[in-house]
Design a protein around this ligand. Structure first.
Ligand code: XMP
Length: 519
């Protein structure tokens, strides 16, 4: 297969590095985000069409500042430095970088100079010479490196953008990747298409074709097993593999009894009946509930569920006889090696979340077709594969399922109460058009009873909390500003339709300091 047209983003530790990668992919160009210290051979093997240098928290003059690896400029390929990346270019090419009189953070206006450059041609045509951009920097460039020209100025940054048009080297003091820079996509696209000469074949259709082909080659006449959870990642993984090798894929779906209303039935209907996959569905509800009896500690719940899942899954896989490969829906954010210390920790927490389902002493080889995809790309691939909307747009659902949303002891009755309350909330979100406007939404059954009044009599019954959030990456999140009428309708319906619930509250905590889940 010919080398895929690739842009390399070198990560210098900015909180926006992943966002740059997502924007480049959105522009239909494949890119990889690599730590700045990745060995040269590993980067050059990908035959980059161009480089983007991310921002970062360091100052180029600091003793331990990360530096620009030599191969970047030696390659002769176009380079776009963003924020710290721009300062690195200036520093390494003979310019001057100094602390700005004040740190600049937030929206700013830049004035394009009359230097004619493809980088700003589209933005200029769309918005004129004054652009709104997002700044976030402490240092700034005070003297251009030889060969460079000023492309834009702002009140605080006399050099807000610079370029050496001959050598295709560009620097932006601002962040084109964030939505607060309205012409940011045009600027990035100009770099990719007009400066790096990309053709832009990174589309779901092409991805599917290439991936199906490479799965076929890799698996040969082998057998693959895949754990289906009902979520979009495992659904897309299984569908791609099914396209490639058909009957030689067996999916295993474990009903833990901790799923939402109608979910196990929907998984079987979609994958076995509709998509025609070979699917083994196991109802292990009793085993999971027995393991959870009397348990209230959230971590103990997680551990017991994880351990049981592996045992059930392994027993089924063993029954299949020969299995050569285990398919997993690992995504790119789980794989990216982070250069920011705080995000390295975050990445670890996530891995912990994903252990459920992975046998510890693996006898199989792994297939991870989504390893280089972001979640939004997985959804687009899911749509292109024709998967139902309910699966493609389904919110993330934790491996331990409703066990971490039934606070306190998990019993069948309490699970049923929560399932019904949750189903009402989710149904109302879909019908009001709010499901797709929130990143995650669910109900939680609290372990307290409160007094209420129904008709002429007092009640003493359970409380349900509703949680709905908006977020880009689940590391930080805000509570969704759902309309009052929607909340009122959900509350009304839950209290009227779900036996044993007399009070509904809405969670208005952001993450941090709260987390998304309550346990
Ligand atoms: P928190 O609660 O950590 O959640 O803010 C962030 C995201 O992770 C999901 N989550 C889990 N997913 N196993 C999983 O597979 C877990 O144990 C788990 N705990 C939280 C949560 O639903 C949210 O999307």
């Amino acid at each position: 297969m010919a080398a895929r047209e690739t842009i390399i983003i070198l990560d210098f530790g900015s909180q926006y590095s992943q966002l740059i990668a997502r924007r480049v992919r959105e522009a239909a160009v494949y890119c990889e985000l690599l730590p700045y210290h990745t060995p040269a051979e590993e980067v050059l093997r990908l035959q980059p069409r161009g480089f983007i240098l991310s921002g970062g928290p360091a100052s180029v003059y600091a003793a331990d500042a990360p530096h620009l690896p030599d191969y970047v400029l030696q390659s002769g390929r176009p380079v776009l430095g963003i924020c710290y990346g721009m300062q690195l270019l200036a520093y390494h090419l003979g310019g001057q970088v100094d602390p700005a009189p004040q740190r600049e953070y937030g929206p700013a206006r830049i004035e394009l100079t009359d230097v004619d450059t493809p980088l700003f041609a589209g933005a200029r045509a769309a918005a004129g010479n004054t652009l709104t951009v997002w700044m976030s920097h402490g240092d700034r460039i005070t003297q251009l490196p030889p060969g460079f020209q000023v492309l834009a100025r702002s009140a605080n940054s006399p050099i807000a953008a610079m370029g050496d048009v001959q050598r295709h080297l560009y620097g932006l003091q601002f962040h084109p990747e964030v939505v607060h820079t309205p012409q940011g996509m045009q600027i990035l696209s100009a770099f990719l298409y007009d400066i790096c000469g990309c053709q832009g074949g990174w589309t779901p259709g092409n991805f599917i074709e290439e991936t199906v082909q490479s799965i076929r080659e890799r698996v040969g006449d082998g057998q693959v097993v895949c754990a289906l959870s009902g979520g979009v990642d495992s659904a897309v993984t299984a569908t791609l593999i099914h396209r490639a090798i058909g009957e030689r894929l067996t999916c295993i779906f474990v009903n833990t009894g901790l799923m939402r209303l109608g979910e196990p039935e929907q998984v079987v209907a979609t994958f076995r009946d509709h998509l025609g996959m070979r699917l083994i569905a196991i109802d292990a509800t009793e085993q999971f509930l027995a393991d959870l009896q009397g348990v209230t500690d959230p971590e103990v719940k997680r551990k017991r569920i994880g351990a049981r899942f592996i045992r059930v899954f392994e027993a089924e896989a063993a029954r299949l006889g020969r299995v050569d490969f285990l398919a997993q829906g690992t995504l790119y954010p789980d794989v990216i090696e982070s250069t920011a210390p705080d995000r390295a920790v975050a990445a670890k927490i996530k891995t912990h979340h994903n252990v459920g389902g992975l046998p510890p002493d693996m006898r199989f080889q792994l297939i991870e077709p989504l390893r280089y995809l972001f979640k939004d790309e997985v959804r687009r691939v899911g749509e292109a594969l024709g998967l139902p909307r309910q699966i493609v747009w389904r919110h993330p659902f934790p491996g331990p399922g409703l066990a971490v949303r039934v606070l306190g002891e998990v019993t069948w009755e309490r699970l049923e109460t929560l399932r019904h309350a949750d189903a009402i909330f989710i149904e109302e979100l879909w019908t009001s058009g709010w499901y797709e406007r929130t990143a995650q939404a669910f109900a939680v059954l609290l372990p307290v009873q409160t007094v209420g009044v129904m008709g002429d009599s007092r009640t003493y019954a359970s409380v349900v909390a509703l949680r709905a959030i908006t977020t880009e990456d689940f590391m930080t999140a805000d509570w969704a500003r759902l309309p009052d009428e929607l909340l009122a309708r959900v509350s009304n319906r839950i209290v009227n339709e779900v036996k044993g619930v007399n009070r509904v509250v809405y969670d208005i905590s952001s993450k941090p300091p709260a987390t998304v889940e309550w346990e």
